[in-house]
Design a protein around this ligand. Structure first.
Ligand code: NAP
Length: 242
């Protein structure tokens, strides 16, 4: 259970992040919900939570100064932070030959640099308090590479390396850092996928994942019961990338 813990969840206005916020709150965690532009959706997620403290914060995770200010504000508002979930992410798919500089940089800046920014903004306090749980959202795209996702696959492979470095640098201070690598999860990010039904047939468990599936794993990694796990990458993909 996460009772009494405070968690920052980036990208909490929709999809997997919203699922994690609901699961954490149901286990008693106070939650700071970060969104980028969708204030109404973030408000709607907050309105579904009860019995815990929950606040929403606008912050572009690609901007370090914004992350630093937001983490400071959250620390003041909640009196400390115990858990950081780096979930915010975007796609800008294109074949490598046709991929623009903007498409490549936007994805790296949000998905990879965003994790670095938030870890840096929260890390000093975790180290000082000798406690912290960091959970980064990677993807099976970062494990095996997916055609049309040079930017996204590179960002998610980078998240895995960043997770391992963070785990090694922070381990002596009782701060754990792990990555989750989802496969195909039903969210806004995947709703435009062409040949959806044929794709699902290639998943050994024969269904798409849900935000709740991922939220259950995030709750395990945020909980003290997983205290001896760090630097790990856990696939949650119905067996897709086996
Ligand atoms: P989603 O439904 O598209 O939601 C993305 C979330 O990220 C939104 O809350 C969005 O905020 C936020 N966000 C985007 N850019 C941001 C920025 N610059 N600063 C702060 N927040 C930002 O995505 P999802 O499918 O839930 O994916 C969540 C994470 O899981 C991502 O890292 C994704 O790469 C990873 N993942 C997803 C799948 C999948 O199949 N869905 C598979 C593997 C990995 P606004 O609502 O304000 O725009």
């Amino acid at each position: 259970m996460l009772k009494g813990k405070t968690a920052i969840i980036t990208g909490a206005s929709r999809g997997i992040g919203a699922g994690i916020a609901k699961k954490f709150a149901s286990e008693g965690a106070n939650v700071a919900l970060i969104y980028s532009g969708n204030k109404e959706k973030a408000e709607a997620v907050k309105a579904e939570l009860s019995g815990v403290k929950a606040e929403i914060y606008q912050c572009d995770v690609a901007n370090f100064d914004a992350c630093k200010e937001t983490v400071l504000k959250i620390t003041e508002d909640f009196g400390g932070v115990d858990i950081l979930v780096n979930n915010a992410g975007i796609t800008r798919d294109n074949l490598l030959i046709a991929m623009s500089d903007e498409e490549f940089s936007a994805v790296i800046d949000t998905n990879l640099k965003g994790c670095f920014n938030m870890i840096k903004a929260c890390g000093r306090n975790f180290v000082r308090r000798k406690y912290g749980k960091i959970i980064n959202l990677s993807s099976i795209s970062g494990l095996r590479g997916i055609a049309g996702q040079a930017n996204y696959s590179a960002s998610k492979a980078g998240v895995i390396a960043l997770t391992k470095v963070t785990a090694k640098e922070f381990a002596g201070k009782n701060v754990c850092c792990n990555a989750i690598a989802p496969g195909f999860i039903e969210t806004d990010m995947t709703k435009e996928l062409p040949n959806r039904d044929e794709y699902i047939e290639t998943i050994p468990l024969r269904r798409a994942g849900t935000p709740e599936d991922v939220a259950n794993l995030a709750a395990f990694l945020a909980d003290d019961i997983s205290d001896y796990i760090t630097g790990e990458v856990i696939r949650i993909d119905g067996g897709l990338a086996m």
